[in-house]
Design a protein around this ligand. Sequence first.
Ligand code: SF4
Length: 344
Amino acid sequence: MPETVFLDKYQNIMSNYLPSRSRLLKNIHVTFDRDCNENELWALHERYMEIYRENKKKTYLSGINEENQKVQNNLLDLKIRIAEKIIENCHLCHHRCKVNRKKGEKGFCKLTDSSRYAAEFLHMGEEPELVPSHTVFFTGCVLSCVYCQNWDISMHPETGRQLDIKELTARIDRRRMEGSKNLNLVTPTPHLHNILKIIKDISVNIPVIWNSNMYHSLEAAKLLEGVVDLYLPDFKYGNNRCAMKYSKIKEYVETVTANLKYASMDAEILMRHLVLPGHLDCCTKKIIDWTAGNIPEIRFNLMFQYRPEYLACMYPEINRHLTSQEKEKAIKMAKESGIKDFLI
Ligand code: SF4
C-alpha cells in the first residue's frame, strides 16, 4: 500500500487498497424484528457497532481489501430501519421537529420523507484530492442562512428531480468506472434515511463524503458511523449569537463541535470555514482555536469566496466582500494556530 500523508484512509479507499466503511457494515450479519421499537433497535445497534469497530481496526491495520460479501440482513439494514423510525418523529437534526415525515408532515426543512436533488455531476471545483468528485446536491436544508449562495435549491426543496434510488445508484457505479474519486453528498442531513438506502445498493468500492453543516442530531451522528469515510464540514460560526442571527439555529456551537468530535473518532475530516466579513474575532478565530485544541490532525480549508447573496443586503455588516486585510488576518490566525494541515 503506498504511503500517504493526509487523509490516508480516504486516499486508500479511493485507490481501492482499502474497503469503504460501509462495505464493512454490509459484511456484518444482524437479524432484527421489524416491529422492534426504536430503543430496542438502538440496543442492537450498540452491540453490533462494537463488531464493526473491531473489524475496521483489523482491516485498516492489515490493509487488506477483501472481496465484498454483502451478507443478507446486515448492519446497514439495521441503520436504515432506525432512520425510518426517526423520521416518523423527526429528529434527524438538532431542530428535533418531531413531525411524522412519512405522513407528509413538514418541519423546519420543509421536507417529507421523499428526496429530490438539484444536480449530480463530476465536480472539478472541489479540493484537489477530491476531484473529480461525484457530487449530488440534495434540495432543502436544515439551516436558513441569509447569505446562502444556493438559496434557490436550499430554500425550495420542491425543486430538482425526484430521487429514484435504483437510477442514482446505477449512475454512482457508472461514474466510479468513469473515474470519480468519491461520492460527495451535499446538504445530506434531512435525506439520511434515503442516503442509507442508496449506499446499501452501491456495488462499487467508493469513499463516501458527508458535505454538511454538521447540524445533525446525536442519533444521526451514530447512524453515520461506519457510513461516512470523509466528512467535509462547513464550520460557520464561533458563537451561538451569530448562528441564530444569520442561520436561524439554536445551540449551534455545542451541536457542531459534539458532532465533529464524534465524527473524528471514526472517519477523516476535511474542514471548511468560509470567512465572513467582520467576523474574524467572533467566528474565524474561535473556530480555528477550537479545532487546534480538539481535532488538530485534520485538513483545514480556509475559504475566502464569500459573496453577499440572497438576503445579505438586509444585514449591512455582511453586505460586502472581504477586505485584503481581513484575508491576511485570517491567514495569520491559521499559521499561528498549530493546526498542521491548512489549505489556504
Ligand atoms: S430533518 Fe431536521 S429540520 Fe427537517 S424535519 Fe427533521 S428535525 Fe426538522
